[in-house]
Design a binder for this molecule. Structure first.
Ligand code: AMP
Length: 378
């Protein structure tokens, strides 16, 4: 399959209007009832593209979603604070109001999509983190005006797909996070491509139960137990051999029970719950990571937000950071964990789009990328 994405490099944009779909869904705090942007990374990342377009004589209008206003105007999610920051970083770029104020955005409504490109000559998708969603601002413009992939989107896609295509081996994948339902698809794909898949986090307990181990009241999803068992028998997936946790109900300082942290072996008795991988698992996982030439990591090994259960995630993060392998960290909570341990700059590539990077690895493509490939060319 030709996966190449159209580029905007050859466009003559002088005197033309270019719509850039960005992902400025930035973290924020509420101070005295006003939103304050706490991390402008996503805005800064788009500035080189804007500057290039402006220098080539284009007028530039950007559009983003922000928060979850659910298809109606919600004063809390106006893009004003983002617009102000953008204006400081790169004056002269217009920013449309929050695209998700219109119900047509998430409904992929053709008329709403068309309204976005009224008076617009070209469209660029620079929103990797939104490209797994078939929303109007992602899907409709490429059917109407010449369209291209932005440089950051292109980089994200090629990092992930190149790594899957021809990884230097051993290729070690690490998958964690809470829900086996969200991550089983990616574990299956990685079990085909990688040499070893290390599975930790809440999702690992369904695998442990499938092996006949007891897991107390840890996270468990019965409907996936059979598939987890089959994956284990296929031989690529490795799961924790021990666990750390608490008495059920004692979690997170709720005061509902004793909050003494307990080290379990392979089995967790009734009345207890697992929140992190144990010491023997840390040793086993980090030893495998040390052999890797390629690493893909998505999802924490435990409830790392609670310092009592951050050991497994920190050990994995440090092992990945110490490795000379090509290491790609796929979004969301693993990126938060890397930042928490100050290791962000020690890995090869950090993907900004959590859901999008998972879907790209799982399916090899995204709706927004297909729309660009099938869309209007200049
Ligand atoms: P995800 O969004 O699926 O990557 O899951 C990330 C979340 O999983 C984090 O907020 C962790 O606190 C949570 N998590 C990881 N391990 C466990 C566990 N053993 N029990 C409950 N939650 C967990």
């Amino acid at each position: 399959m030709d996966r190449s994405l159209p580029s905007s490099d050859d466009w003559d944009v002088a005197g033309k209007r270019v719509l850039v779909r960005v992902d400025f869904n930035t973290p924020f705090d509420e101070v005295d009832g006003e939103l304050v942007i706490t991390d402008d990374f996503r805005i800064r990342a788009a500035v080189p593209l804007f500057e290039d377009l402006l220098a080539r004589g284009a007028s530039v209008v950007a559009g983003t979603h922000f928060g979850r206003p659910k298809g109606r105007v919600d004063e809390r999610f106006r893009v004003g604070p983002i617009r102000r920051r953008l204006d400081e970083l790169c004056p002269g770029v217009e920013l449309l109001e929050n695209l998700r104020f219109n119900p047509g955005e998430e409904a992929n409504d053709a008329a709403f999509g068309a309204s976005l490109v009224e008076g617009v000559d070209f469209y660029i998708n620079e929103a990797f983190g939104a490209s797994h969603r078939a929303h109007a601002s992602i899907m409709v413009p490429p059917t109407l005006v010449p369209s291209a992939a932005g440089p950051n989107l292109r980089r994200e896609v090629s990092y992930l797909l190149d790594l899957l295509d021809e990884p230097a081996r051993p290729f070690v994948a690490i998958v964690g996070g809470a829900k086996v339902a969200d991550k089983l698809g990616i574990v299956k794909v990685l079990a085909e491509r990688a040499d070893v898949v290390l599975v930790g986090g809440g999702m690992a307990y369904t695998f442990e139960a499938a092996e006949g181990r007891t897991i107390g009241s840890s996270l468990f999803n019965e409907s996936f137990a059979e598939e987890c068992g089959a994956l284990l028998r296929a031989g690529k997936v490795r799961i924790p051999v021990d666990t750390r946790g608490l008495a059920t109900g004692a979690a997170f300082g709720s005061g509902a029970g004793p909050d003494e942290v307990i080290d379990f072996g392979a089995n967790i008795p009734d009345g207890f719950e697992g929140f992190d991988i144990g010491s023997a698992s840390i040793d086993a996982f980090t030893a495998v990571i040390a052999t890797a030439k390629t690493i893909l990591w998505n999802g924490p090994m435990g409830v790392f937000e609670d310092p009592r259960f951050g050991r497994g995630t920190e050990a994995v993060a440090r092992a990945v950071a110490a490795s000379p392998a090509l290491s790609v960290i796929g979004g969301g909570d693993s990126v938060a964990a890397l930042q928490q341990f100050g290791l962000e700059s020690e890995v090869s590539f950090v993907s900004t789009g959590g859901g999008a990077s998972l879907e790209l690895v799982e399916f090899g493509d995204l709706p927004g990328l297909r729309a660009l490939r099938e869309g209007v060319r200049s």
